[in-house]
Structures are given as C-alpha cells and as structure tokens.
Write a protein that binds this ligand. Structure first.
Ligand code: DAH
Length: 338
C-alpha cells in the first residue's frame, strides 16, 4: 500500500493542469466518493496496527497535496500561469508608487490658477544678495523695515543672505524683462525665527507681479478675487485691509471669508470669520525705477503669500512642523490628493 500511495503522491506533485476541466477531472479522480483517496482510506482500516502510523502520515500528505492542487490552484503561481485564469477576488498588488508632498500639491494648484490667466513662472536663487532682497525693494541698509523680517546673513560677507521672501525674484525679473510683465515666483524662503507650530526658519512663498500700462488697484482686487474663488470655492469672499509693505504703495492685506460655523472656525479666525492669506499692493514707483522700468509709463501690482499657511487652512493642519518631519503616517493622508 505504501508503494501505491508514494506513486499517487508523485503523480499529484507532477500534475500541471492546462484548463479548468483538467482540474475538475483530477478532483473527481482523487476526491469523489469512489475516488482514489477514499479507496486508500478504506484499505487503511484493514492494515496491521504497527503500519498505521507510517501509512497514515503518507495518506495525509497525499490528501493535503490533492487539496492544494484542486481547491486553490490559482494561488500557486505556476498553476495560475498555465491555467491562464484570473481570480478577480484577489487583493490588488500593493504598489507603493509614492505621492506628492502636501506643500507641492498646494503650490501646483496655485501655480495652475495663475498660469491659466497668463502668468509665467519665474525663479530666483535662495542665496541672495542684499540688493535684490532689500535695497531694490525700497528697504535700504539701516531702514527700520528690515526688522520686519529676521534675516540669516552669511557671516563672512554681510552682503549675502538667505532670501527672506520671494519678492527678491520680482527685482530680478524686472531687471531682465520689459513690461508687460505677468509672472509668479514660487520658492523657499528663510527667516531667523524660533521653530514653533506657527512659525519656522524655512517656509515657502509664491510671489506675483503684474506690470503694464494703466494697471490699477481694481485689477489687483479682481485678480485676487478670481484666485480666491478658484482655490477656496466659488462662494469665496475677500476683503482688503490697509497695511504697510516698503515695496508697495498703497499696500493691503487680504483676508478670505472662512465662515463661523464650527467652534474651530471661531478659534482659527479669532471670532471674526475672516482669515489673512496674503500681502499685496501697487508696486512703489521707486521699486520700478530701481529695476529700470519707467514709472511714468508703467504701473503694476504685486502680491505674496505663504504656501504653508494656505496648506494649513485647506487641509486643516494645526502644526506647521508636520510639513517638514516627513512622517509617513502624515504624508500618506495626501496620497489621494494628486
Ligand atoms: N514679501 C512679503 C512678505 O514676505 C509679502 C508681500 C507683501 C509680497 C506685499 C508682495 C507684496 O509682493 O506686494 O511678508
């Protein structure tokens, strides 16, 4: 009997079905009531006790092999390929293709909104000179407005610094290009600030610049309203509050209406329903002149916004540091936002 079982085991091991029918024929031969397995088990009852252990083990091996080949042939890769069947209930393969960082997603969204209305994209260096970051923008050395932005200077050369805002790209772009100018400049900026849930020593901004003949404050307001509706939804409202920036005159800060529906709306808007999202204004004629653009012929507007701030609002993230820690549990939550 042992010999017969070994033969059967060999046969089952070598069994390689080509079609569903092959499997069915095979299954019936071994597992049907009058099939090979049952006849072995019947024979088993009659063998002497001392042989039962060995034969029993072989029989179990045969039984398991037959089950494996018949009940789930598709789990074995070899069989699957030959049978050519597809098990549609199988879980999909876990392909980790990665995803974009939430800051990149927001940056891209903002860039696309402005590209669609004719703004080009421009970039400048993160290691910048004093002139482009400050002096050209109406902030000469020792001007108190320099204190608005705590700056990292290079120790050996006080003329070189890490740019504190993307407004430096404005100056570079105006030097190189003649009006009409319509450009946005995304990039990383640095400030010597303590790291907390609300501020960081590095963050990201997008700068916008529009220079042409007869550009007015109304154009600025309308462009920003269009932008807010695209980014935050059709029903968005904006308001402009008078402010001060050295490179624009007049200057304003723009708030977007956030609403006052939940307790957290009250908290983040300090009970007003409005949230500040960017700074803007009409480019100061002195800045145009510094960058060799005739301020008698041309006017323009500029604006600048923090990407982290907008990402925090859109994704309801309450700690800025999460964006830089690269914790996969945080980043995974954005994998569907592409
Ligand atoms: N550069 C300013 C900042 O970092 C933001 C800003 C305000 C940019 C007004 C502008 C502007 O272009 O017109 O705080």
């Amino acid at each position: 009997m042992l010999n017969n079982i070994s033969e059967a085991i060999k046969e089952v091991e070598n069994f390689s079905p080509k079609t569903k029918e092959d499997i069915e024929v095979f299954r019936l031969r071994f597992l049907a009531k009058s099939g090979t397995l049952n006849s072995f088990f019947n024979e088993f009852k009659n063998i002497p006790n001392q042989e039962k252990k060995e034969v029993g083990q072989m029989l179990n091996k045969l039984k398991n092999l037959v089950k494996e080949k018949t009940t789930n042939p598709l789990l074995s890769n070899k069989t699957e390929k030959k049978v050519g069947l597809e098990d549609l209930s199988k879980p999909v393969a876990n392909n980790c293709i990665g995803s974009r960082h939430p800051l990149s997603i927001i940056e891209q969204e903002i860039v696309e909104i402005f590209s669609s209305i004719g703004f080009s994209i421009s970039e400048g260096p993160e290691i910048e000179d004093d002139w482009h970051n400050f002096t050209a923008l109406n902030v000469p050395k020792n001007h108190p407005a320099r204190d608005m932005q705590d700056t990292f200077f290079i120790q050996t050369n006080p003329d070189i610094l890490l740019r504190t805002h993307t407004s430096s790209v404005q100056a570079r772009y105006m030097q190189k290009n003649d009006p009409p100018i319509r450009t946005i400049s995304p990039g990383r900026v640095y400030r010597n600030e303590a790291v907390s849930s609300r501020s960081h020593c590095l963050f990201h901004q997008i700068e916008g610049l529009y220079i042409d003949k007869d550009v007015s404050f109304a154009d600025l307001k309308q462009t920003l309203l269009y932008f807010a509706k695209k980014l935050f939804g059709k029903k968005s409202k904006i308001r402009l509050r008078p402010s001060y920036f050295p490179f624009t005159e007049p200057s304003a800060e723009v708030d977007v209406y956030w609403g006052l529906e939940t307790e957290s709306d009250y908290r983040i808007t300090k009970g007003t329903g409005w949230l500040e999202v960017l700074g803007c204004g009409m480019v100061d004629p002195a800045v145009l002149e510094n960058c060799e653009i005739d301020s008698k012929t041309y006017t323009g507007f500029a604006f600048g916004m923090g990407i982290e701030r907008i990402a925090m609002l859109k994704y309801k993230v309450d700690d800025l540091r999460l964006f830089y820690e690269n914790d996969i549990r945080f980043l995974n939550q954005f994998s569907n936002s592409i």
